[in-house]
Design a binder for this molecule. Sequence first.
Ligand SMILES: [Fe+2]
Ligand SMILES: [Fe+2]
Length: 183
Amino acid sequence: MADEIAPILTGLRQDHRNMAQLLTLLEEQVQEIFDERDGQLGLMVDIMRYMTVYPDAVHHPNEDMLYAELRAARPDLSQGMARVTEDHLKIGDQGLELREKLEMVASGNAVRRKEIVADALRYVKALREHMHWEESDLFRRLDKLVADGHGQIESATVVRRPDPLYGPIVDKQFRSLQDALAP
Ligand SMILES: [Fe+2]
Ligand SMILES: [Fe+2]
């Protein structure tokens, strides 16, 4: 069994738009914390919980799988992308750490505001830069792979798990986040 790469790429690009929306919301809430207001800690926890259960668990593994395919099929299109897997690991670690700190604050533990602000801003910056690199460079290489006739990938390597926030069924743990995102 094989999957078409093009629709997977469309899905990855949509994931980026979704993550960009969440990063903007996270940044707004961080500003509140920075200004010594409490902000909506619950929303920040929800955002980081989403990041660890969907982007880190589904989006990044699917990218890694496509990049591996690209490296195997087209070494000529695979220059200078060695650090992408490292980027995914780093973003995953930073995200988990931030999630844990936010959960601690939300449950009444003392974590220094400055530390939360610095961690969150570092996370937002790293993920934005990473997505920009993919959009402006890596995804285009994958478009080229497909355009040149390599349009399919072995199905067994694709991670299939519905998006619990932007997918057809919103998981109940993300309902208030969904409300916060509603226009
Ligand atoms: Fe990525
Ligand atoms: Fe990505």
